[in-house]
Design a protein around this ligand. Structure first.
Ligand code: FAD
Length: 419
């Protein structure tokens, strides 16, 4: 039986571990996140099948000034972290030409289209189909003017397999019971959410252990071993890197170019006590994720919390969090009159983002025993099960379920570098 060591027990690593165990591999997963602070366990829970256009786009670049945090927006470019985001920004601009945007959309479209079926397979495989809710999501605007502009923007956006309906009167009345300012709303169908991220983590780990897999609580490092790569202190035939934003630090010492940045996001959560009438008790249990587009904020109901998330802060994953972002989220909730109250728990985590907003999924071209799957930016939860299917195909040398050549790390190689 062949063995594989996986670095990183986030959503990409755990999904891949289960796919590989089911194909007969001996799997050991290494992880250095005992408190579950990784992006996989603090995200917005949205299965975002509508997001087939990469964020490296001419339109996104044009909108930078009005999206800045200092202008009330959700994009933060802290001066203290300029050494990180300036080189990234240069590459992002180069990746945002109309031609590269079109190529990125073509690459993402089949991947994102396969996301929901892959999620259905995964929740069935791990025996918890209730984890996946397929009720779409809602987008709201606060004024008739922003609603008109927002609807027009979505009408010219490629949304893949998702569909849009205008909110009917009954839905508008329901939303009016949640927020005092509804200038307009649309409902997406085809998208969905994960019912609870904590339950997802528990279910994936239990499924892994039930299949004979192991999770080792330790930070892993890699070293060259002839033409191969080995995980220091552990014998395995193959190595898979799924270390999220840390994949760069693991691979660059080995000669790989990984121009990844931490896109830091923030959330606050209020507890549901079911009857004490505090926290978020009055948030409807069946409400799908609500995107308040004028504020770039998404509010998600989980099992016993309601979470508000926002912000794209480019920089260093290890720099201290900026408390103003949590305060801004609290202000959004108060301004909108949402039925949520503190005390809030606060979280900051890093999306692993490459400058063309495409993931890196593939097999090293120089070390045949090394595989990688990271850089899923805003879509890591959405794309985890389909990524796991691709990893399993690469490792077993069978045809991947969707085209993957655009996701090779070799797209960042420069003359003379390895890969
Ligand atoms: C605010 C916010 C909202 C988001 N909302 C959504 C959403 O609604 N839908 C969606 O699809 N995506 C969303 N995302 C993106 C998504 O969360 C990420 O793309 C995804 O979690 C990345 O998963 P990952 O497994 O690659 O990385 P991570 O979750 O970062 O996991 C990597 C793991 O590797 C471990 N690790 C790192 N280095 C080592 C090492 N040397 N040795 C051992 N272990 C190591 C870490 O401890 C960590 O546990 C959101 C992200 C944020 C921040």
């Amino acid at each position: 039986m062949r063995s594989i060591a996986i670095i990183g027990a986030g959503i990409i690593g755990l999904s891949s571990a289960i796919a590989l165990l089911d194909r007969g591999f001996t799997v050991t997963v290494f992880d250095a996140d005992p408190d579950g602070r990784a992006a996989s366990w603090g995200n917005a829970g949205h299965i975002a099948v509508e997001q087939v256009e990469p964020l490296a786009s001419p339109a996104a670049l044009k909108s930078v000034p009005r999206r800045l945090f200092s202008m009330g927006g959700a994009l933060a470019l802290p001066l203290s972290m300029a050494a990180r985001w300036l080189p990234f920004a240069t590459r992002l601009v180069a990746a945002s030409t109309p031609a590269r945007f079109a190529a990125g959309t073509s690459a993402l479209t089949p991947l994102v289209a396969a996301a929901m079926p892959a999620w259905q397979d995964l929740v069935r495989t791990i025996g918890d189909e209730g984890l996946l809710r397929r009720d779409g999501h809602l987008v709201l605007w606060e004024s008739a003017a922003t609603a008109a502009a927002g609807r027009a923007k979505w009408a010219r956006t490629d949304i893949g397999t998702a569909r849009i309906e205008d909110a009917d009167d009954a839905l508008l009345r329901r939303l009016g019971g949640i927020t005092r300012s509804v200038g307009g709303a649309i409902r997406f169908t085809g998208s969905g959410q994960i019912a609870d991220l904590d339950r997802l983590a528990v279910a994936l780990k239990a499924a892994l252990v039930a299949r004979g897999g192991r999770i080792v609580s330790a930070a892993a490092t890699l070293a060259p071993d002839g033409d191969d790569i080995r995980l220091v202190g552990h014998d395995a035939d193959l190595v898979l890197v799924t270390a999220g934003v840390r994949s760069r630090a693991l691979l660059e010492p080995l000669g790989y170019r990984v121009p990844m940045i931490a896109e830091r996001g923030y959330h606050i959560r209020a507890p549901i006590h079911a009857s004490l009438n505090v926290g978020a008790d009055r948030w409807p249990a069946d409400m799908p994720p609500l995107v308040f587009e004028d504020r770039s904020m998404i509010v998600t109901r989980y099992a016993d919390t309601v979470q508000a998330a926002s912000f794209v802060e480019l920089g260093d994953p290890d720099a201290p969090a900026d408390p103003r972002k949590w305060q801004r989220l609290e202000k959004h909730i108060a301004d909108l009159g949402l039925p949520i109250a503190g005390p809030y728990s606060r979280w900051m985590g890093s999306r692993p983002t490459l400058p063309d907003y495409l993931p890196a999924i593939g097999r090293s071209s120089t070390s045949a025993n090394l595989f990688y799957a990271f850089g899923h930016q805003h879509l890591g939860l959405t794309l985890a099960p389909i990524t796991a299917q691709i990893v399993a195909a690469l490792v077993t040398e069978t045809a991947p379920p969707v085209p993957i050549s655009a996701f090779s790390l070799s797209r960042f190689a420069t003359k003379g570098s390895s890969q």
